[in-house]
Design a protein around this ligand. Structure first.
Ligand SMILES: [Zn+2]
Length: 383
């Protein structure tokens, strides 16, 4: 059994997963590669997380939000540069509600949220902190203030509006001030009792962070933010239970299935190494030559070296760290946009703490393969 060292504690938090109502259709190329024919675009939803901590002695509750999804009116709520980036993706990005509305609809007073934590300062995570009272602090990762503040329009290049955080306590997390490391990631024990850790998860964006929430004494939910956008960038990785084995049997309506895991080898880059684009060779030279132990995608890069990540090497290192958490049966990994988990997860106002008894990890682990139905067909036709 592969486990990582997580400090012992009996303190837990309540985790509620909020479907922030984003519905987007985006091209895969900017996010993941090498390209797999027949999988050119993908659907994204967007999770935010309400974390509630209850003091066992006093019963006092403290609440924080990890991410806020996207504001619902991009034309009004973003600087022109951000809207240009969104439009450049083609497809569509739709948002029905601000997270603040979803919280109040279910009786959570915004004044009870002591802090909003941004996994990173991209449009689909920052939400609208200005809709929260000034008593709610904003916590951001290292370097975010330097890179983006004071925001648009003072800083014309900033992707966020200054109105969203002006007159508010904004704190930048300092991971160097903490000696704690969990699974090789620098960690901050937020409530100081082992119930909720903020983790430095660099690479995707400036100051990108993840979190680890203790849902029972020995079970955890790992909040992966945008460290990966599709589970095919994480799996398979050869950790325990993570091999794309023949015992896997998926029902895919688009193929004549149940399908064994090995049927998907056909679309794996390692199935035909000669077809891997030159600029990805550096990555594939370093990984085992085994489609059961290497994810279908890695983080995208272009021939000219362009990448969505601010630090591609660090971002890939973060994915490797998450693979170690993913190999640990006590840990359930959820990335902000893992659409394949829809239908497995139960959303706010329900809580996610019973994920282990409910079997969510096993049920959702390989569901991303369902999105490869067309890709397998294309590969079988061209064989
Ligand atoms: Zn995102």
């Amino acid at each position: 059994m592969s486990t990582i060292h997580i400090p012992l504690s009996q303190s837990t938090v309540q985790v509620s997963i909020i479907d922030t109502t984003l519905d987007a259709n985006l091209p895969t190329a900017p996010f993941m590669g090498p390209p797999i024919a027949g999988f050119d675009r993908f659907q994204l939803i967007d999770y935010a997380f309400l974390i509630t901590h209850k003091d066992p002695t006093t019963g006092r509750e403290r609440r924080i939000m990890f991410d806020l999804g996207s504001p619902k009116d991009p034309d009004k709520d973003f600087p022109p540069t951000t809207n240009k980036v969104i439009k450049s993706f083609g497809g569509y990005v739709k948002i029905d509600k601000n997270v603040s509305e979803i919280l109040t609809e279910h009786g959570v007073e915004l004044g009870s949220i002591e802090a909003v934590v941004w996994s990173h300062a991209h449009f689909d995570h920052v939400g609208r902190p200005s809709l929260f009272p000034y008593s709610t602090s904003l916590l951001v990762g290292p370097g975010v203030k330097r890179s983006y503040f004071p925001g648009y329009p003072v800083n014309a290049a900033s992707p966020i509006l200054s109105r969203e955080f002006s007159n508010r306590d904004v704190q930048e997390l300092d991971f160097n001030a903490s000696d704690l490391e969990i699974g090789s990631l620098k960690a901050i024990d937020y409530f100081k009792d082992g119930s909720f850790y903020l983790l430095s998860a660099p690479g995707h964006a400036v100051g990108h962070i993840n979190a680890l929430a203790r849902t029972t004494e020995d079970s955890f939910i790992y909040l992966a933010g945008d460290s990966f956008h599709h589970a095919s960038e994480l799996r398979p990785h050869g950790g325990v239970g993570a091999s794309l084995s023949d015992s896997l049997s998926l029902k895919l309506p688009s193929l004549s299935c149940p399908c064994s895991g090995s049927r998907f080898h056909l679309i794996h880059p390692l199935n035909e190494r000669s077809r891997i684009p030159e600029h990805y060779r550096g990555y594939y030279d370093q990984v085992p030559n085994d489609p059961d132990r290497v994810p279908f995608h890695t983080l995208s890069e272009t021939e000219s070296g362009e990448t969505m990540a601010v630090d591609l090497r660090a971002a890939r290192g973060t994915v490797e760290a998450i693979q170690r958490f993913d190999s640990d049966p006590r840990v359930f990994v959820i990335a902000a946009h893992d659409t394949s988990l829809r239908g497995v997860l139960e959303y706010f106002p329900k809580t996610a703490n019973e994920w282990r008894e409910n079997g969510w990890k096993e049920e959702g682990y390989w569901l991303f393969l369902k999105e490869f139905g067309k890709a397998v067909e294309v590969a079988e036709e061209t064989q």
